[in-house]
Design a protein around this ligand. Sequence first.
Ligand code: ATP
Ligand code: MG
Length: 142
Amino acid sequence: MSEFKQILVAIDGSEHAMKALETAKTLSKQLQGNLHLTVLHVNPTLSMNEPPVGIDVDERIEEEGRHILEPAADYLKDEGISYRMLAGHGDPASFICKIADQEKADLIIMGTRGQGLVSELILGSVSHHVIQHASCPVLTVK
Ligand code: ATP
Ligand code: MG
């Protein structure tokens, strides 16, 4: 078991993801200087069958990403935390696992649920997939 040095936080703009970020912030402050956070938002790939009329796809992806990542960056800044924000697009769960591998993340922190409509399930589909496929421990926050 390696030390927790590199942590990936996945956010989708939901309250649950905000709690995941809160947890990551608390951990970072406790382990100050020894931890690096990557905060990732993945924009689900826009369907090729429904081209957004009059809107540049890349621009829209960037715009939505900013909308979610900027408040998160504001929340982390001025606390002496080492972090970077990352935006991607594609299938969120696969993308989260891929970045976790690339960054050699020791831990992924995410919400149990997200932006999806209320359901009976404890876990959303993204957290479910990440828990199944990630090669590092996953901390889900509710
Ligand atoms: P579903 O999407 O299956 O309807 P849900 O939206 O309630 O259900 P998930 O999407 O699995 O639940 O969200 C659980 C957590 O996964 C979120 O709190 C967030 O941490 C992460 N997550 C979900 N979607 C994304 C995304 N697009 N980019 C980054 N992280 C995400
Ligand atoms: Mg979701």
